[in-house]
Design a protein around this ligand. Sequence first.
Ligand SMILES: C[S@@+](CC[C@H](N)C(=O)[O-])C[C@H]1O[C@@H](n2cnc3c(N)ncnc32)[C@H](O)[C@@H]1O
Length: 295
Amino acid sequence: MTRPPRDLYRRGADRPAAPRAAAPAPSTAPAREVTSLTNPVVKDLRALHLKKEREASGLFLAEGLKLVTDALDEGWPIRTLVHATRVKDQPLVVRAVAAAKARGALVLEVSDEVLVKICRRDNPQMVVAAFVQKIARLADLAAPSGVWVALEGVKDPGNLGTIIRTVDSVGAAGVILIGDTTDPFALEAVRATMGSLFHVPIAAATLEEFSAWTAAHRLPVWGTHLKGAVDYRSVAWPETCVVLMGNEQSGLPEAYVAVCDGLVKIPMAGKADSLNLAVATAVMLYEVRRRALGV
Ligand SMILES: C[S@@+](CC[C@H](N)C(=O)[O-])C[C@H]1O[C@@H](n2cnc3c(N)ncnc32)[C@H](O)[C@@H]1O
């Protein structure tokens, strides 16, 4: 597996200054305690549930100590970390707070009521943080290798998060989002990745950019299609290639089929029309990466 270095990401760096939630604090500053539901930082974090606020700020929310720790360990830029006052002495929380402060993030201790408000649910996580979004440009992926999954117009954030997690699990190279897709930084998508969002490069492109990039690097593109003429198990999968998946509703449009070197089908026996997108991607990836995984 080859993944591009982290400095290929640009989107976060290009963003304008983050909103109020982004105010840096000195690394040695004690955590501020917040109980007011109308605190502006609380409002800004809560607003990150909305796509337009994520787009305007370039930030997104990661909920839970595991996700926050994964992101910090992978070096994702952090702006704000909040945790429940009652977990402040837990060793992993102390570690996350120290890492966040060392990077100039604002750290707040909050009441459970404030966490309910930020997370918009009754049983919130005890640790939540706002990180800077990172999306690669295809043009920056200069010498792509490994297996890339390209998703045309994926709409369901749960599917996208599950696919990112699967790409991570099989050691594939990354995910390319083509066309009008759901936001990988939507909370439901982030949750479904179970932390893999922080380990897997994600790029976004138009069909034209994708087509030019695969041609320039001579990357074979295999589409998956219900009308595919080839059984996916009969292909001698190369170490480097792109597996192109269609969207949940209508599958791959003709313009996408046209950029494929071949179309494969996963055989089905029952009365279902098709497999779920995330399931089909997992079935494909375990075959394409079979030799590398030793299975
Ligand atoms: C839910 S399916 C789309 C079904 C859509 N009604 C169609 O006609 O393609 C979403 C995507 O999963 C992949 N997929 C699902 N089942 C598949 C199968 N049996 N063989 C190949 N690809 C499949 C394809 O990429 C498809 O575009």
